[in-house]
Design a protein. Structure first.
Length: 98
């Protein structure tokens, strides 16, 4: 995204996990509300998952809630998911649910 792209990092967004590679620790969330970010998908890293699990991860198709952050990089800024939880800002505990 352009460096001038404006983003309110305090707003929580609902979405669905489109893909998550447990071994590599990253994936993508499709946001429920369109037009928030270009492409309506954001990357998520395992370190942003709010969980009590020893090895936090996300399951494809899981509904989640997250904040969005703009991260500057060498090729411009990107938008990533942050503070990923269950809807209602509840911690994710995938290991306990299986």
């Amino acid at each position: 995204v352009p460096s001038s792209f404006q983003l309110d990092e305090t707003v929580r967004h609902l979405g669905t996990v489109a893909f998550f590679d447990k071994r590599r620790g990253y994936g993508f969330i499709s946001l429920s509300k369109t037009g928030v970010v270009p492409g309506d998908k954001v990357m998520v890293h395992w370190s942003e998952i709010q969980s009590k699990d020893k090895w936090p991860y996300l399951a494809n198709g899981l509904e989640v809630e997250c904040s969005l952050i703009k991260v500057a990089g060498t090729a411009g800024a990107t938008i990533k998911a942050a503070k990923v939880t269950k809807p209602g800002n509840q911690p994710l505990c995938i290991d306990e649910e299986q």
